[in-house]
Design a protein around this ligand. Structure first.
Ligand code: GDP
Length: 448
């Protein structure tokens, strides 16, 4: 999987990694190579463009962490952007199958002929019955292809999963109804419906799928596509997702896919998560699709990524401790707050700041009407910028008259100025408490 892309990116990073300092020009040159590597991997052009833009912006404006090289930092930024591109919202974990609360859970499998749909149905059934101890029933609704129903029955025998008895001449919707009844009556946990494939996306196929979905109300509608078809796979997924409410994609033949374009573009183009990857013909050759692991496999630089993660954590802890000391001594003034705000902006915006610091959430809510909006950081910065140096070190000097001047100077209101002052106060008080509770170890107690 991804061998050729992995090799290309590896080359780019090897050249970056040795460097002591990285200027904007270096980053841009490297990103040109990344762009070519992604295009050669057959990733959709708009996805490539977004990716390169995002990484460049983050890499150029990034704070330098002393204990790691800039090249290593770029590796980490690219890694994170890859995880995002692959669809990793929750820490890059694999998307789970949704089985609902009342059995039987219905999983409907859809896809073109030859995509590996029937094989994948059996693979998933095997996984669910062996790994999750579910009682699974499979039913083939494919009445177009001769012997499709027999094929599923044979596979069922191989993986020891029950299949719905075949009734000659029955139509897909009726088979679905019969399967549903059988699953309910016989206490199955999961019913897998293997729908008919077609050679191309056509209207009759879509209508049939909609009708089957109507009678069966599936928890999951999984589209099976062949990763070797590259951008065609993504286009097929796009057409399907516009007509039926897909819940996810299974990419087959990833074992033979050195380029990976379908996997890399799928999420961005279709909005649907890849839930599983087929990695061989054997019936256990299926893996949950784990964006962070896949990104790790593409870059092959897990060591660098965790090194940078650790360094970032250490720096955050050091800075917070320094800040806490200043606050405890009553020395935390507007200059410190400003430096802090600027640093936080670089480190991931107000979201990160709000989760780390008391008082911030309130100001954020008040100033943005509840929206997370990093422009507030700019406004807060402007407010502090409009204070005199004396006011910055002694905020208590700010009386009503001075506040009006600061508000006018920063294009904000006196209310905004008051909120900022209040936040400063709350932060100082909270940090004193943290000190009393034994430094940063007390953080959890305060916020948890
Ligand atoms: P369907 O027409 O979509 O139901 O496709 P089938 O399930 O009959 O699969 C077609 C062929 O693809 C079979 O020979 C499968 O063994 C093969 N196949 C399915 N998934 C994979 C996979 O992940 N890797 C490889 N190498 N072959 C696969």
């Amino acid at each position: 999987m991804f061998e050729s892309l992995s090799e290309r990116l590896g080359g780019v990073f090897d050249r970056l990694r040795g460097r002591g300092a990285l200027g904007e020009a270096d980053v841009r040159a490297a990103m040109r190579e990344v762009r070519i590597a992604l295009l050669e991997a057959d990733v959709a052009l708009p996805v490539v463009r977004d990716f390169v833009e995002k990484v460049t912006e983050r890499a150029v404006g990034h704070q330098v962490i002393k204990s790691v090289t800039p090249g290593q930092q770029v590796v980490k930024i690219v890694n994170d952007a890859l995880v995002e591109m692959l669809g990793g919202e929750e820490g890059g974990a694999a998307a789970e199958l949704e089985l609902g609360v009342t059995p039987p859970a219905i999983i409907m499998m859809v896809g073109l002929q030859g995509s590996g749909k029937t094989t994948t149905t059996a693979k998933l059934a095997k996984r669910l019955s062996e790994k999750e101890r579910k009682k699974v029933l499979m039913a083939s609704l494919d009445v177009n292809r001769p012997a499709a129903q027999e094929q599923l029955a044979t596979l069922g025998g191989q993986v020891s999963v029950a299949t719905l008895p075949i009734v000659a001449g029955q139509q897909p919707v009726d088979i679905a109804r019969r399967a549903l009844n059988a699953a309910k009556l016989q206490g199955f946990d999961v019913l897998m419906l293997d729908t008919a494939g077609r050679l191309h996306v056509d209207q009759a196929l879509m209508e049939e799928m909609k009708a089957v979905a109507d009678v069966s109300q599936p928890q999951e509608i999984l589209l099976v596509v062949d990763s070797l078809t590259g951008q065609d796979a993504v286009n097929v997924a796009k057409s399907f997702s516009e007509q039926v409410p897909l819940t996810g994609v299974v990419l087959t033949r990833m074992d033979g896919d050195a380029r990976g374009g379908a996997a890399l573009s799928m999420r961005a183009v279709t909005g649907k998560p890849i839930k599983f990857a087929g990695v061989g013909e054997k019936l256990d050759a299926i893996e949950p699709f784990h964006p962070s692991r896949v990104a790790g496999r593409i870059l092959g630089m897990g060591d660098v990524v965790s090194l940078v993660e650790r360094a970032t954590e250490t720096i955050q802890a050091d800075e917070a401790e320094k800040l806490a000391q200043k606050m405890a001594k009553g020395q935390f003034d507007m200059n410190d707050l400003r430096a802090q705000l600027q640093q936080m902006k670089r480190m991931g915006g107000l979201g990160a700041l709000a989760s780390m610091m008391p008082g911030v959430k309130k100001v954020q809510n008040a100033m943005a009407n509840g929206q997370v909006d990093d422009r507030i950081l700019v406004r807060m910065d402007a407010i502090i910028g409009s204070m005199t140096p004396k006011e910055r070190t002694k905020p208590e000097l700010l009386n009503a008259k001075r506040k009006i001047r600061v508000a006018n100077g920063s294009g904000t209101t006196v209310q905004d100025v008051n909120r900022l002052l209040k936040m400063h106060q709350e932060m100082a008080t909270a940090m004193k408490k943290i000190r009393k509770m034994g430094g940063l170890k007390g953080l959890g107690a305060l916020f948890g």
